[in-house]
Design a protein around this ligand. Structure first.
Ligand SMILES: Nc1nc(N)c2c(n1)CN(C(=O)COc1ccccc1N1CCC(C(=O)O)CC1)C2
Length: 181
């Protein structure tokens, strides 16, 4: 019996909903939270990740492609698709095409991936939210200035887990899981 592939959103958001800002013309994270980077890496390692082109560009070069993960990057531009391929990503023209590609993947166990992660940015989260079964959200208990916002999780989502933490730098945050049937 094949286990169904689950679509997850994963993001870190500030108390005012900000998920990103622009620094020197580049998308950036408004906070320094290494505990979240470790959480992100632990959850997504070994799974396909789906991202928009600007999220790909915002990854530090040494993390591009994200190691140990099939990196699917959304673009409809043929030239950009070629450049992405050369850089070790799998260019896909739509979210549906990305999911089709994931369903065709086979792990060392010969099975398709059980978990697929949408890792940004705001436009891709908004498009994927209606299709996702789980959202793993790092909720930072402070407001930050920024120009990209988290998706709104509608009333059919409910919280199923919450772990509160205080970062080494004194930033209160929580790892929260939301699910929908
Ligand atoms: N909760 C949650 N959700 C998200 N969607 C994302 C995150 N946090 C964090 N993200 C970023 O792009 C930002 O990352 C980084 C930013 C600066 C330096 C290193 C990194 N990273 C180090 C670890 C690398 C790895 O995973 O190997 C990935 C890059 C996406």
């Amino acid at each position: 019996m094949l286990t169904p592939m689950r679509l997850n959103l994963i993001y870190a958001r500030a108390a005012n909903g900000v998920i990103g800002c622009t620094r020197d013309g580049q998308p950036a994270m408004p906070w320094h939270l290494p505990e979240d980077l470790a959480h992100f890496r632990r959850l997504t390692h070994g799974c396909p990740v789906i991202m928009g082109r600007t999220t790909w560009a915002s990854l530090p070069p040494r993390f591009r492609p994200l190691p140990g993960r099939v990196n699917l990057v959304l673009t409809r531009d043929a030239a950009r698709a070629r450049a992405l391929q050369a850089a070790g990503a799998v260019p896909v023209a739509s979210l549906e095409a990305a999911l089709e590609h994931c369903r065709a993947l086979r792990g060392a166990d010969g099975q398709p991936p059980a978990e697929v992660w949408v890792i940004g940015g705001a436009q891709v989260y908004a498009q994927a939210e209606p299709l996702a079964q789980r959202a793993v959200v790092t909720e930072i208990e402070r407001a930050f200035d920024g120009d990209a916002y988290a998706p709104v999780l509608g009333p059919d989502w409910h919280e199923t887990a919450r772990e509160t933490h205080l970062s080494a730098e004194g930033l209160p945050f929580a790892f929260v899981t939301y699910e929908r049937a």
